[in-house]
Design a protein around this ligand. Structure first.
Ligand SMILES: Nc1nc2c(c(=O)[nH]1)N[C@H]1C(S)=C(S)[C@@H](COP(=O)(O)O)O[C@H]1N2
Ligand SMILES: [Mo]
Length: 257
């Protein structure tokens, strides 16, 4: 199990120098920006980056992911493939920037989805209100930049449906999210309006459980795992770039192209 990066364990930055060619090959293909820290690599890959070989395997996983990128990934105008229900993984695979035992469940009694920015009706939403909107279902592949994936069935409200319902300015550039675990995230409006971008309430026909983002998370078919915030508490429609947790540590905002 991965554990949060502790400053006391901070590895020797010179280790990255051993892998300059691989790093620059990855950077050239825009999967990573310059300045990726070993701490970020450690947290994202769960590898022991103190050892040079582990750094290499983490970088290779990122590099081979980029080699295998499909035309639909990162393209807000294309539909991603969907899969039969028989392939759905139960329970899904967990990942966060900390261990699963450190997940702090969201208390539904006080939870609301707060709205701000370029939205006509900014009243907060409760879970029953979201559940009363038209629901949609999709079985898609979750792809993590670490090099693992799984097929999952997500249901909830299409983000496009919700944005229209609240009177959001659909010409704005970004939709940004805040979460209960302080993992900010933001996406472009084209991706927000993609038909396979949903505010998910359920996984495999059941309410999403705590580790996977109860009560509300974003699920998109055209973005890597880290662009899909769990435990959403607030949403903003804005023309101001807000970035996100991993983006601030060197990962590309668009997660690819
Ligand atoms: N709030 C929050 N959302 C998050 C993360 C996180 O640490 N906090 N980790 C991201 C990463 S890197 C991945 S791969 C997916 C994992 O989602 P899963 O646990 O449902 O598979 O959640 C993403 N969303
Ligand atoms: Mo991830």
């Amino acid at each position: 199990m991965r554990s949060p990066f502790r400053p006391a364990d901070r590895p020797d930055p010179a280790i990255l120098d051993d892998h300059k060619p691989l790093l620059s090959a990855i950077e050239r293909r825009k999967l990573l920006r310059g300045g990726l820290s070993l701490g970020a690599l450690s947290m994202l890959t769960g590898c022991d980056v103190k050892r040079s070989e582990s750094v290499q395997s983490a970088l290779l996983a990122i590099s081979s992911l980029n080699d295998g990128v499909q035309a639909w990934l990162f393209d807000p105008t294309k539909l991603a493939p969907t899969y039969p229900a028989s392939q759905v993984l139960r329970p899904p695979k967990f990942n966060a920037y900390y261990d699963v035992i450190d997940v702090k469940p969201v208390d539904l009694a006080s939870w609301k989805l707060e709205l701000s920015g370029l939205i006509a009706n900014r009243k907060p939403w409760t879970l029953p209100e979201l559940a009363a909107l038209p629901q949609t279902d999709m079985i898609i592949k979750h792809i993590c930049v670490e090099g693992w994936d799984y097929i999952g069935e997500w249901s909830g409200v299409r983000l496009s449906t919700f944005l229209k319902r609240i009177g959001a300015d659909l010409k704005a550039r970004y939709v940004a999210f805040k979460t209960a675990d302080d993992y900010p995230s933001s996406i472009d409006m084209a991706t927000a309006l993609h038909s396979q971008t949903i505010l998910a309430l359920d996984y495999a026909g059941e309410t999403i459980t705590d580790p996977f983002g109860f009560p509300l998370r974003l699920r998109m078919s055209t973005k890597l795992g880290y662009k899909n915030p769990k435990w959403i508490t607030a949403m903003e429609v804005t023309n101001t770039y807000r970035g996100g947790y991993w983006e601030k540590q060197g990962f590309p905002w668009f997660a690819g192209l």
